[in-house]
Design a protein around this ligand. Structure first.
Ligand code: ACO
Length: 435
């Protein structure tokens, strides 16, 4: 195919335009030249929810939703989940290449040097109500970090930028575990960097009175795999938020807090919590048909099903299902698995779901594993946020180095009132009732 261009005839003017096609894409700004006259602003595209708009060029994650493919920096997710530690994958996402043994040692050491938080962080954490949602606590404390590191605003400078990246990756499990302990009314556990990323996190979560908390290796590996699976997912809602807020040159803590806010929504990262609530509500396998009927009537959503991009099986869901089996050998089977498996079986054979290409996504089984591990549902999205911070930061770093990028600022199609004159208070009637 030699001719990589698109010819457009504007029937309003009979003019013809030829636009270059690069990477299967035309530049929206090339449409601006298509005008009906000098006063015309030029043609725009209307794409609410970015259904067909690429907002960036990225070399971080490749996703083919029709074929169920997910790769970080070219490496298939299945191979990374099988062979890597989470920090090894974090190195890959941030640096673009897998580390050598020496580079990985140095990286582990560098990240683990930043797991401590200022004592004052614990003080304002204490100010949260006893039943505050951990995502609210995480979001607020990450935002507050910007007040501890005011020099972070120099992030355009590479040394400063790297420092903020390792700080955030290092501190995330500490903040997450403190949010967990706060909810349980338990004292915060001082980090032990020598345990490594995941086992230190487990220690900070679950250590009680024992002198040395012994993390179960199967659970630790499962958590590591879950972290790998959640580390990045190209331009999803929270990553887009990270890029949008980052494009305003807000500091990385404020920017990450904004991404956490997006992740907390039930249509995004918050779905794993909703899946568990849904399974609780269904209660037993024989209630599934009635629940499915409600979904098909449009009264409910089958949480953990469907994805904007995957219209085939989500490859992460397949790995998670396998991980579940390993975890249940240690913890005992979570009875909710039976409901989930049956729900999946019925849904995958039902015309409603088949026609709409609705498959289990990453959240469908992850909550069942997290619950078996001892997490309460409100902590599930936090477990998503810890590893996704790496992806957000990799994407943020890419944004800052991309000469094509400017402050994110979409256009709109104005559909409001035309110009009209001010109405003094005494002359106003019921015309505001529509507001
Ligand atoms: N249950 C029932 N029906 C569904 C579901 C679902 N979970 N998801 C989509 N549909 C239906 C829609 O009602 C729509 O039907 P229609 O064509 O008759 O109107 C059709 O499938 C297409 O759905 P859209 O909403 O257009 O798909 P979209 O790409 O906008 O939404 C989303 C994707 C938000 C993930 C959606 O599938 C959903 O709400 N799923 C449940 C929440 C969830 O699991 N979110 C986690 C996503 S993964 C993640 O963020 C980590």
């Amino acid at each position: 195919m030699d001719n990589q261009s698109l010819t457009i005839i504007d029937n309003r003017t009979d003019k013809t335009y030829t636009l270059p096609i690069t990477n299967g894409t035309i530049r929206a700004m090339d449409l601006r030249q298509i005008k009906t006259g000098a006063e015309d602003f030029g043609l725009m595209t209307y794409d609410p929810a970015f259904m067909n708009t690429a907002s960036c060029q990225s070399a971080v994650t490749y996703l083919d939703g029709d074929r169920g493919i997910l790769r970080y920096r070219g490496y298939p997710i299945e191979q990374l989940a099988e062979n890597c530690t989470f920090l090894e994958v974090a190195y890959l996402l941030i640096h673009g290449e897998l580390p050598t043994a020496a580079e990985l040692d140095a990286w582990n050491e560098e990240v683990m040097r930043h797991v401590l938080v200022h004592e004052n962080v614990k003080k304002f954490m204490d100010g949260f109500h006893h039943d505050a949602h951990p995502m609210g606590i995480l979001m607020s404390t990450v935002a507050a970090l910007s007040t501890f590191y005011p020099e972070a605003k120099h992030f355009k400078e590479p040394v400063s930028r790297r420092l903020q990246i390792v700080r955030l990756i290092g501190k995330m499990p500490t903040l997450a575990s403190y949010a967990f302990r706060h909810r349980m009314g338990m004292p915060y556990v001082f980090p032990e960097p020598e345990l490594g990323y995941t086992k230190n996190y487990m220690n900070m979560l679950w250590k009680r009175t024992e002198p040395h908390y012994a993390a179960n290796p199967v659970i630790a590996r499962a958590l590591e795999v879950l972290f790998i699976l959640h580390a990045d997912h190209e331009q999803n809602c929270s990553t887009n938020t990270m890029r949008a807020v980052g494009s305003a040159m807000a500091d990385p803590y404020a920017t990450t807090a904004a991404a956490i806010a997006a992740l907390s929504g039930p249509l995004h990262g918050g779905a794993n919590e909703e899946v568990l609530r849904m399974l609780d509500e269904i209660g037993s396998v024989d209630h599934i048909p009635a629940f499915i009927a409600q979904v098909k009537e449009g009264k409910r959503k089958l949480m953990g099903f469907g994805h904007r991009v995957y219209k085939n099986y989500d490859p992460r869901a397949r790995i998670i299902k396998r991980t579940a089996d390993e975890v249940f050998q240690v913890t005992g089977r979570n009875p909710k698995l039976d409901i989930a498996v049956e729900l999946e079986k019925i849904a995958l054979n039902d015309e409603y779901f088949v026609k709409r290409k609705l498959y289990p996504n990453v959240d469908f089984y992850s909550g069942i594993i997290y619950q078996a591990m001892g997490f309460t549902p409100d902590h599930f999205t936090v477990l998503f946020g810890i590893p996704r911070t790496v992806g957000w930061l990799a994407q943020w770093q890419e944004l800052l180095q991309d000469p094509d990028q400017k402050i994110a600022r979409p256009r709109q199609i104005y559909i409001g009132a035309d110009k009209r004159d001010f109405v003094p208070m005494e002359q106003r009637g019921a015309q505001l009732a529509h507001v």
